[in-house]
Design a protein around this ligand. Structure first.
Ligand SMILES: N[C@@H](Cc1c[nH]c[nH+]1)C(=O)O
Length: 416
């Protein structure tokens, strides 16, 4: 910040800014955000998840390269007094995995944990991406079954529906498909990274170019180039791949997706789900199914998740895991742009009293609060007209103004 007082001594507007990439949420927007977070959280609780909170910053090692989370350059780093490197968590999954290894080390059965927490990613602020987002997430440990896969997909669908969102698609893939294909092709890590990058940025001319310059069978080439178009019929897509690639990892992944597809039919959520065999994982800790949900109004995913059977083991407890996160800020953006949210939430009341009636007012406010009403006390200035208070109550989106006129008379003015 350059200077915050100008020559006349007034505080400059620089002081009112937040850094690029982070923002304030207030008023109706904040109310709506907390409401939606509450609804999603209720769905997670209804699936038997218990709450957990972890610190906003951790030792760097929790998020180091081996964990397979966000890259080091995408993290906000700083030092404690002992010169340890700390990071603002870019992702909730490694800290929860750490907790499971620490607090549930002996548990042999499922552990279900959920959270509402902010994550911080140090992206280029000029790219317009939020650097702090709220996630409402759930992680299921100790269950390697395809039933668990399907349940987490169902939970994602139900969480999104609970927010009021109606039109969205959950794309489901498998982390081992890409890995198996490049393994079969015998690509080097550098070639694999390049291919990953090109597919991720949907640069299929680039992909074709790259494949033309590598030694790779026609069949595999076809698989890599055609996969993104094979979204309509999973069985057809799987057949197409199997005819061209017999890699064990790939076959196992296809088998797993077929099982998932069958269980999802029982949930009745197949309309919301598309199996996309070309999907890539954005974090390398994923080992099984991966998924992301998209809707209108934002290009970014409103939910992300996947299976990560190797991560908790890195913290000392070998256990399978799968989880999801609803990206609340993206979801709110979509709900706003789709006109699903209330633009004006009216709630609570103001109890206005002259100072002579203080005791009556305090008693009345206490009684109203006990009965569940939200009450804001305002002492009336004898200089100010009642209309000023009416306008104020409206501006503050209150449902009503209660004006204590004398010991027993309350004038009620409602604004709904
Ligand atoms: N933490 C992941 C989502 C997730 C939760 N559990 C598994 N994956 C993300 O931020 O994208």
């Amino acid at each position: 910040m350059s200077q915050f007082k100008n020559t006349t001594g007034y505080i400059g507007s620089e002081l009112l800014h937040t850094p690029g990439g982070v923002r304030d949420t207030y008023g109706v927007e904040c109310e709506n955000k907390l409401n939606v977070a509450g609804k999603v959280h209720d769905v997670m609780k209804s699936y038997g998840f218990d709450d957990i909170q972890t610190p906003a910053f951790e030792y760097f090692d929790i998020f180091s390269k081996e964990r397979g989370t966000a890259s080091s350059k995408e993290m906000f780093k700083f030092f404690d007094r002992g010169n340890n490197t700390l990071v603002l968590r870019p992702d909730m999954t490694p800290p929860i995995a750490r907790c499971v290894a620490k607090y549930y080390r002996e548990e042999q059965m499922q552990v279900r944990l959920c959270y509402t927490a902010n994550t911080f990613v140090n992206t280029d602020p000029y790219k317009g991406k939020l650097q702090e987002v709220t996630q409402v997430g759930a992680e299921l440990f100790g269950d390697a079954s395809s039933d668990a896969d399907a349940e987490m997909i169902a939970l994602t669908v139900e969480s999104l529906l609970s927010s009021g969102l109606k039109r969205f698609q959950l794309e489901v893939g498998h982390a081992d498909l890409f890995r198996g294909i490049v393994e079969e092709a015998g690509f080097t890590p550098e070639e694999t990274e390049k291919l990953h990058e090109l597919i991720e940025s949907k640069n299929f001319f680039g992909v074709e170019d790259l494949l033309d310059n590598l030694t790779v069978s026609e069949g595999l080439k076809e698989v890599i180039l055609k996969l993104p178009d094979l979204l309509d019929d999973f069985d057809e897509a799987a057949k197409f791949v199997k005819e061209r690639c017999q890699n064990k990892r790939v076959l196992k992944a296809l088998d797993r997706l077929a099982k998932l597809d069958n269980i999802l039919k029982i949930y009745g959520f197949t309309d919301y789900v598309t199996i996309d065999l070309s999907m890539l994982s954005h974090y390398s800790y994923y080992t099984g199914i991966i998924f992301r949900a998209y809707t209108y109004g934002t290009g970014e995913a409103v939910a992300t998740g996947g299976r990560y059977d190797g991560l908790v083991g890195q913290f000392g407890k070998d256990t399978p895991a799968i989880g999801l996160a609803i990206v609340l800020d993206q979801l709110m953006l979509a709900l706003t742009r789709q006109n699903i949210l209330d633009e004006k939430l009216v709630s609570g009341c103001i109890l206005l009293y002259p100072k002579e009636l203080r005791e009556e007012a305090l008693n009345k406010a206490a009684a109203l609060r006990k009965s569940g009403e939200n009450v804001q006390l305002v002492r009336k200035s004898s200089q100010k007209d009642i209309d000023l208070y009416k306008d104020y109550a409206k501006r503050m989106n209150k449902e009503k103004l209660l004006y204590l006129k004398d010991k027993t008379v309350v004038e009620e003015i409602t604004f709904k």
